[in-house]
Write a protein that binds this ligand. Structure first.
Ligand code: TYD
Ligand code: MG
Length: 464
C-alpha cells in the first residue's frame, strides 16, 4: 500500500514546506498554510522548472552571445475577435499559456466557448470539467457555431486531456477550469494547491512541446486573486482578468500580464441573450443619455492602453448625518479620492469635512487612469454647488497636490476622441497647450486650458 505523504503549502505563493508555518517564509503572508496529501512517488515534472529548457529553447543549456541568437518571428494567430486580439497584443502566440481569471458567473466559459466556435475551420479542443458535453452543445447552439472543427471533451483528469490533445492535435486547447482538474500522480483533491500546480505544470509542458496555445480558465477568490497559488500567474505567459459589475451587462477583458504585448490593453464586451458582443467603441456606451442636465456629472476623456474613450464620472456631495462623514468610491481609487478632497479643501477653501461624498464611474468600470482626476474634481464641485455642467464639455487632466492641473498622458489622443464623439469643448491642462495647438486642427473642438483647480472653478462655475 502506498504510504500517504503529506506536505504543507502556502496558499498564496504555493511554496512547499515539510512542517506547518504561521507565516510563509517565502512571501511573508500570514495564515496561508494548508496541509495536503501528496503522493509517495515523486511526480515527474512536478517541479516548475521542468520546462525551463524548453521555454528558452535551442542551445542545450549553453550560454550564447546575444548577437548570435537567432530570432524566430513570433507568429500570431487572430482569434477573429478584434477585442480579444487587441488584449493579446495582436493575436495568439503559438505555445503560449493564457490564464483567464474572473468571478463565477461573469462569463468566462461563454467567452472561451465563443472564441472556440467563432473562427472558421480552426481545430479547437474545448475541455470542460464543469459541464457535460450536452450542456456545452446547448450553449454552443445559442452562441452560434461557425467553426465546424470544435471538439468538446468533458474530462477532469489532466493526463487524459493531454492524451486526447496529442491525438487530435488541436490548434487551440481550452481548459475550463483549472480548479476542476486533477492529476493521478497527486492524491489531494482537485482545486488544491498541489493539484493546481501540477496540472498547470503538465499543461505548460504540453503547450511548449507541441507549440499549442492553451487557454486556462481560473476562478477567483473573494480577495480577487486567482484561486490556487500565485505560482500559476508566474508560470503562464499571459494573465487576463474578465471583470464587470454583475448588475450591468458590460464586461472587460483586462490584461494583467503579457509576455508578448502591452498589459494596459482592455477589450470591452456586452453580455446579451445570445452571448458576448464586442464593443469596439466604448465611448458610445459610457456616455449618458440624460434628457436633462444633472449636477455632479462630468465626462472624462480616459485612456486605457492605446485606446481613448469617454466615460461619465459622478459625484454626490451632501451634508453628513454622522460624526464621521461617509466616503465611498466605485471604480476610482479610494486613496486618490482622499487626495482630491484634500486638494479641494486646501486650494479652493471647500469645506468638505462635514460632507458625505460618493464617487462613481458608470458601467461598473474601474480605472487607474489619473487623467480622470479633472473630471472627478469637476463632478465634485458641480455636486457641492449643485450646478450642472453643460453637456458637450469633457475633461482630461491629472491633479497634483498643490492643485495644479497636469497634462494627462496622451492628451492629444483624448482630445481627438472627444472631437470625434462630438463634444464641443474639452478642458485640459494649460501645460498641454503647445502640443495641442500644433496637432489638433483649429475649429475641430474648443479647448479650455486650466493651470490650477481654482481656474477650473472660476471658468466653469463662477457665473452662478
Ligand atoms: P458563464 O460563462 O457560465 O460564467 P463563468 O464561466 O464565468 O462562471 O456565464 C454566466 C452568465 O452569463 C450566466 O449568468 C448567464 C449569462 N449568459 C448570458 O447572458 N447570455 C448568454 O448567451 C450566455 C451563454 C450566458
Ligand atoms: Mg464557467
Amino acid at each position: 500500500m502506498a504510504k500517504v505523504k503529506k506536505a504543507f503549502f502556502c496558499n498564496s505563493c504555493g511554496i512547499e514546506s515539510p512542517k506547518w508555518f504561521g507565516r510563509c517564509t517565502s512571501c511573508g503572508e500570514w495564515s496561508t498554510c494548508v496541509e495536503e496529501v501528496v503522493s509517495t512517488t515523486p511526480s515527474r515534472g512536478s517541479s516548475l522548472g521542468l520546462s525551463s529548457s524548453k521555454r528558452v529553447g535551442g542551445n542545450g543549456g549553453r550560454a550564447v552571445a546575444v548577437q548570435d541568437i537567432e530570432r524566430s518571428e513570433v507568429v500570431r494567430t487572430s482569434m477573429s475577435y478584434g477585442e480579444v486580439d487587441r488584449v493579446l497584443g495582436g493575436g495568439l502566440v503559438a505555445g503560449s499559456l493564457v490564464l483567464i481569471g474572473g468571478e463565477p458567473g461573469i462569463g468566462k466559459s461563454t467567452l472561451a466557448l465563443q472564441i472556440a466556435l467563432h473562427k472558421e475551420d480552426y481545430r479547437v479542443l474545448y475541455v470542460s470539467g464543469e459541464e457535460s458535453a450536452e450542456q456545452i452543445k446547448l450553449r454552443a447552439e445559442r452562441l452560434g457555431i461557425r467553426n465546424n472543427d470544435c471538439l468538446i471533451l468533458s474530462e477532469t483528469m489532466v493526463e487524459n486531456i493531454i492524451l486526447q490533445a496529442s491525438e487530435h492535435t488541436p490548434k487551440l486547447l481550452v481548459i475550463d477550469s483549472i480548479q476542476t482538474l486533477y492529476s493521478e500522480k497527486i492524491e489531494s483533491s482537485p482545486g488544491s494547491v498541489s493539484q493546481v500546480r501540477e496540472c498547470a505544470a503538465l499543461l505548460l509542458k504540453f503547450a511548449k512541446e507541441s507549440s499549442t496555445p492553451v487557454f486556462i480558465i481560473g476562478h477567483i477568490t473573494k480577495e480577487g486573486s486567482i484561486a490556487g497559488p500565485k505560482v500559476l500567474e508566474h508560470i503562464v505567459d499571459v494573465v487576463f482578468q474578465f471583470e464587470g459589475d454583475s448588475s450591468t451587462s458590460y464586461r472587460i477583458l483586462r490584461s494583467i500580464k503579457n509576455r508578448f504585448g502591452a498589459t494596459s490593453e482592455i477589450g470591452v464586451f456586452e453580455m446579451r441573450g445570445d452571448g458576448l458582443h464586442e464593443v469596439s467603441n466604448p465611448s458610445e456606451i459610457f456616455i449618458p443619455q440624460h434628457s436633462e442636465q444633472l449636477s455632479g456629472v462630468a465626462i472624462g476623456a480616459a485612456m486605457e492602453g492605446a485606446r481613448p474613450y469617454l466615460i461619465e464620472t459622478q459625484a454626490l456631495v451632501c451634508a453628513t448625518g454622522y460624526s464621521v462623514p461617509q466616503r465611498s468610491s466605485n471604480g476610482f481609487d479610494y486613496k486618490r479620492m482622499g487626495m482630491l478632497i484634500a486638494v479641494l479643501e486646501k486650494r479652493l477653501g471647500f469645506k468638505l469635512g462635514q460632507k458625505d461624498m460618493f464617487l462613481n464611474l458608470v458601467g461598473g468600470f474601474k480605472v487607474a487612469d489619473t487623467g480622470l482626476d479633472l473630471a472627478f474634481v469637476a463632478a465634485i464641485i458641480s455636486s457641492a454647488l449643485d450646478v450642472a455642467i453643460d453637456d458637450g464639455i469633457c475633461f482630461a487632466g491629472e491633479v497634483g497636490l498643490s492643485g495644479e492641473v497636469r497634462p494627462a498622458i496622451r492628451t492629444i489622443e483624448r482630445v481627438e476622441e472627444a472631437a470625434r464623439i462630438g463634444f464641443r469643448t474639452i478642458v485640459v491642462s494649460s501645460y498641454a497647450r503647445k502640443s495641442i495647438e500644433t496637432v489638433v486642427k483649429k475649429g475641430r473642438i474648443n479647448v479650455i486650458y486650466v493651470g490650477k483647480v481654482s481656474d477650473l472653478a472660476r471658468q466653469l462655475f463662477s457665473n452662478e
